[in-house]
Design a protein around this ligand. Structure first.
Ligand code: AKG
Length: 294
């Protein structure tokens, strides 16, 4: 099977791309999960969420997309068929108008899981990154620390697709081993996109990353209910949505309540990013030259 990470094509099982490992068998063994996180840099758990709740949330999100005129008229809502010429939507914020969605990502089960994993009272960032990604859409390779690094680095991103999401619809792709790319951690990984007014994506070319820095990409087909979480210093991106249906997914964040929190992402009305538009920021290509990482 050929897979487009960003917009570069790879062969699944070839030299650059492999399957993500499922940690479902150890999901109740926190020591084993923490060791897995150390070793792999991520934890994928199939059936992490209640599938029915995820599908209910999907329906609510799709109803919103329908009201916005984003879907093909007179088609089955659950298919999420993209309306003629419609672009994707980023529903960044607290999403209080989507209670079924919050019921998944803020659920007692999820909070209990992070309480056990983090070994203490957890909190979730109030701001959530919910997206409907259109045909041709993808996310470039980045570390999350550059977007949310003002609090504890002991913060985890949980990526949840809302609906069965095959690779060709746009799934999370991670660069295995990238949590150990010391030079990147010490340069790019020290950036704050707002403070430093710099672009967030480190690269739009996943092949270039492997050839220059090593590692191997990994992704998989996801089903509604599956989720993956990872730390702030793991290079990740997404596969391209090559279908005519919206890919609906979110990234939400969890940390210990006792640790410092990035104040851009909390409260009833989180202030969010303050950075200028992408084209007014320091270009990543220039920054990488300066860091000796071009
Ligand atoms: O869903 C995507 O396209 C990217 C998600 C992401 O970057 C994240 O979960 O931090």
């Amino acid at each position: 099977m050929n897979v487009k990470i960003c917009d570069v094509e790879f062969e699944m099982g070839g030299p650059y791309l492999t399957e993500l490992r499922d940690s479902g068998d150890i999901r109740h063994d926190m020591d084993a999960l923490r060791a897995r996180m150390q070793e792999d840099g991520y934890v994928l758990i199939r059936g992490f969420h209640d599938r029915d709740k995820v599908l209910k949330a999907r329906e609510q999100i799709l109803q919103k997309l329908e009201r916005m005129g984003k879907l093909q008229p007179n088609t089955d809502l659950t298919e999420a068929l993209i309306g003629e010429g419609q672009r994707g939507v980023m529903f960044g914020g607290t999403n209080t108008d989507l209670p079924a969605y919050l019921d998944v990502v803020n659920s007692p089960d999820v909070m209990k899981f992070f309480e056990q994993f983090l070994d203490g009272e957890p909190r979730t960032l109030d701001y959530k990154w919910l997206r409907a990604v259109s045909t041709g859409g993808f996310t470039g390779a980045h570390y999350d620390i550059v977007y949310m690094g003002r609090g504890t680095p002991n913060l985890y991103t949980l990526w949840t697709p809302f609906g069965d999401t095959p690779i060709e619809m746009g799934t999370l792709a991670i660069l295995l081993g990238s949590q150990h790319f010391e030079k990147i951690r010490q340069t790019y990984g020290q950036m704050d996109v707002d403070r430093d007014s710099i672009e967030g994506w480190f690269s739009r070319d996943p092949l270039e990353l492997v050839q220059k820095f090593g590692g191997k990409w990994a992704t998989t087909h996801f089903e509604a209910g599956d989720a993956i979480f990872f730390g702030m210093f793991l290079m990740h991106s997404s596969t391209e949505n090559t279908t005519n249906r919206f890919r609906i997914s979110c990234d939400t964040r969890y940390q210990l309540d006792s640790e410092p929190v990035d104040d851009r992402w909390i409260g009833d009305k989180p202030k969010g990013h303050t950075a200028k538009a992408d084209h007014q920021r320091i270009n990543m290509e220039d920054a990488r030259k300066k860091w000796g990482l071009a």
